[in-house]
Each structure stands twice: as C-alpha cells, then as structure tokens.
Design a protein around this ligand. Structure first.
Ligand SMILES: Cc1cc2nc3c(=O)[nH]c(=O)nc-3n(C[C@H](O)[C@H](O)[C@H](O)COP(=O)(O)OP(=O)(O)OC[C@H]3O[C@@H](n4cnc5c(N)ncnc54)[C@H](O)[C@@H]3O)c2cc1C
Length: 400
C-alpha cells in the first residue's frame, strides 16, 4: 500500500487551504488558536459557509448532500480544518445522528431531518449516558412507554455536551424492561422544546459550561420519531459509537498544538537559553511527533480499508486504537504546553478582555493553556473511556 498522497490529493489540500484563507473569519481562528472552544455563533456561521460550498457533510452519500470525496480527501479536509484551526462540522449532526438516520431512518425522516442537520438549522445533542450507565451503556434506565401515537419518556441523561445550544436530542431509551439489556432499547429523536425537558449545567474543572444534565418528565415524543425498529436501538448505538471513535484521532489538532508548542518553546528561556534547545524537552517533543506520525499511518490504514472488518459495515475495532492513541497524544501535548509555559501556565482567561492587563507579567500565549490542559482530561473518558477501548481490543484482536 502506498501511504503517500497523489498529486490530485495534494491539489485538493491546497483547494481546502484556499477556502479556509478566504472564508474563515479571523475572529474564529484567533479564538481557536487561543485554545478556546468556538462559540455557537462561530460554529453555525462556519458550517453554513461549508454547506454553501457543499462541504458540510464530508462522510454523507452524495444523494444526501455529501461531496462524494474519497477516504483520503475526507481525511485531508478534516486535518486541514484542525490544523488551521477551524471548527469541524458539528459532530453530533454530521458524524453521529446524520449517519444513523441515513442508515436506519425512513424516507420521511431523511427528508425532514438531514437538510437541517447539514445546514445547522437544527443543533443536535447526544442523549446516551445516564448516571450509572456510561461504560455500561446498555444498562440505561431512561424509560419510554408507548401511548397511542407517542412515546412518553421519563428519566435522566447526563454529560450531555452543549445541550444548552441544542434544538434536538437523539436518545437511547428503554422500551422493554423485561428483555435482555441490549434488546430492550430504542433510538428516538426528540425536540428539545417539548414540554417536560429540563437542562441543568455541569461546570467543568476549568470553569467551562460544556456539559449538562437533561431531565425528562412525561415528555411526549411522536412515534414517527423512532429510528429503526422498536427495541432495536442498540444496532443504531453501535453503529454511531464506531463513527464517534474514528473522529477522535484528531491528527490535525495535535499537529496544530505541536506547532504552537514549538513556537512557544523557541520564545521561552530556561537558564538563559530557549527551551527548544533543552535536550530533554526536545526529546519529549520528538517522541510526541513520532507517536503522531505512527497514529497518522494507522488512520490511513483504517481509511484505506486495510484493517480487520473494514468495509463490513460493522464497527472496526481498529478505531479503538485510534481513540486511545489520539487522546493520549492530545493530552501529552497539552502537558508539554503547560511545561513550556512554566510559572505562567496557571494564568487563564482572555488576553483581550477588560482588565486583562492586570496579568501583564504573563505573555499572551500563556492565556488559556491551563484551561485546555484541564479540559482535555475529558478525552480519555468520553466516546467510551480508554479502558473500555482496551477491553474491546483485547476481545477483538487477542480473542480474550
Ligand atoms: C466532557 C464529556 C462529555 C461527554 N459528552 C457526552 C454526550 O454528549 N452525550 C453522552 O451521552 N455522553 C457524554 N459523555 C459521557 C461519556 O460517554 C461517559 O462519561 C463515558 O462513557 C464513561 O462513563 P461514566 O462517566 O459513567 O464512567 P464509568 O462507566 O462509571 O467508569 C468509571 C471508570 O471506571 C472504568 N471502567 C468502567 N467499566 C470498566 C470495565 N469494564 N473495565 C475497565 N475499566 C472500567 C472507566 O474506564 C472509568 O475510568 C461525556 C463525558 C465527558 C467527560
């Protein structure tokens, strides 16, 4: 297998870069370089620009508005976005619920939901995890009872990312409490404006509002919003989780952070010389780069269909390798950024904010590094914790 990009792929990369240079608002780019999550306004604005170009849903089939790219083009596109950095198309819409509706949904559901997911007229969030049902997701208890033309939902979801922005939530609910765990679950689409839904914020360690608890109290969901068959929602969940893991390799994002790390290390002095000249620091950065190269090769092998189960439609266990290595590298780089920042690493906030000059002992680049470091501890937990990914690998590769 040839892992180099062809001339046409190199030209495509340039096309993506030209588009980013022309279209991405500078405010969004600056915000992301500072390590902050883009605001809702930034994400919506950017996804609409991508949609106008036909690039909002890279993985979708052409008949539903996908661009018809090869696997390598999809990879290049995502990598360029992450390296720029620019917001990715909203994962909940494009990589999670969209593909589920395409694979399992009815014609009416596809016509109703897919165009609005793509243009981000509807912001979706993921209602899978519950208190007591994270790693053991199939143990979920949120209950849906059929009542005429509706399901009546009662229960709680938790860690629901950006539910405060969401217009819709896709839900795993228990529709048959008597059946074996995986067999009594259904997949529902629920309008967040339905009476009976309460969203409560969970504030994360760095002070951000990214995750929420979502409570359902006699929430009536039209039966037409069931995706796939009743009690067969676990098939949708497995399909979705495979896609979710693939997206967590984030090679471009790590490359952007390493680039930033090197710039900082060139401008930070340790005992009179730039940190980048310190042999131990150089070794650590190089080790990260080597790991990242190996990860990139593995991603390429997965997208080239070289790994076990690729092309079978079943979740490829190799995506667990991508999830583990991708998140370890991102966390490792965020640690090195903290080391490079040294005593300034704790400084947080916005260098442009009013009163920020109070911190003028700290260089601008140090702002936000601690926040990112703490926030990124989440990466080895969400999308199925890294321990769970190791269990999947032990079973799939080693037959344990
Ligand atoms: C920032 C963030 C955002 C999230 N966003 C969403 C979202 O939008 N929607 C959503 O539905 N969920 C979301 N999640 C939830 C996420 O999927 C769960 O946190 C994750 O699956 C782990 O579940 P848990 O938190 O219940 O931990 P537990 O399952 O209780 O696990 C606790 C610890 O025990 C370990 N462990 C558990 N079982 C095993 C085992 N069998 N073998 C070895 N080790 C084990 C785990 O690895 C972990 O370290 C998010 C989580 C975070 C942190």
């Amino acid at each position: 297998m040839d892992l180099r990009f062809s001339d046409a792929e190199i030209a495509f990369r340039q096309e993506v870069r030209d588009f980013l240079a022309a279209e991405l608002p500078e405010e969004t780019r600056r915000h992301m370089i500072a390590g902050k999550s883009p605001t809702k306004r930034m994400v919506v604005d950017w996804q609409r620009r991508l949609d106008a170009r036909g690039w909002a849903a890279p993985e979708w089939p052409v008949e539903h508005g996908g661009p018809g790219w090869t696997a390598a083009q999809k990879y290049i596109f995502r990598e360029e976005l992450q390296m720029w950095p620019a917001p990715s198309p909203l994962g909940f819409n494009i990589n999670m619920v969209g593909p589920v509706v395409i694979e399992f949904g009815t014609a009416a559901q596809k016509a109703r939901f897919l165009p609005r997911m793509k243009s981000l007229e509807d912001w979706w969030c993921q209602g899978f995890s519950e208190p007591g049902a994270g790693s053991d997701l199939a143990g979920l208890k949120c209950r849906a009872v059929r009542d005429g033309e509706h399901y009546v939902v009662n229960g709680q979801k938790t860690w629901t990312t950006l539910a405060q922005h969401a217009d819709w939530i896709f839900l795993l609910v228990r529709t048959d409490p008597e059946a074996k765990k995986q067999e009594g679950i259904s997949f529902l689409l629920c309008d967040m404006k339905t009476p009976g839904i309460t969203v409560r914020p969970i504030i994360t360690i760095e002070g951000g509002h990214e995750v929420n608890e979502v409570f359902f109290d006699d929430v009536r969901v039209p039966a037409g919003n069931l995706v796939g068959r009743e009690n067969k929602g676990w098939d949708c969940a497995k399909f979705l989780l495979g896609n979710e893991r693939f997206g967590q390799a984030r090679v471009g994002a790590s490359r952007e952070r390493i680039r930033r790390l090197k710039t900082i290390a060139k401008n930070t002095y340790d005992q009179g010389r730039p940190l980048i000249e310190d042999p131990e620091f150089r070794r650590q950065v190089t080790e990260m780069e080597v790991e990242l190269k190996a990860l990139e090769m593995t991603v390429m092998r997965v997208i080239a269909g070289e790994t076990k189960r690729a092309g079978t439609g079943k979740p490829d266990p190799a995506t667990s390798v991508l999830k583990i290595k991708g998140t370890e590298i991102q966390q490792g780089v965020s640690e090195l950024l903290m080391k490079a920042a040294g005593p300034y690493a704790w400084v947080d906030g916005d260098p442009d904010a009013e009163g920020a000059n109070d911190w003028d002992v700290a260089p601008d680049w140090a702002f936000g590094l601690a926040g990112v470091y703490f926030n990124w501890r989440k990466q080895s937990i969400y999308g199925g914790s890294n321990e769970i990914q190791r269990n999947i690998m032990a079973k799939a590769f080693l037959g344990l």
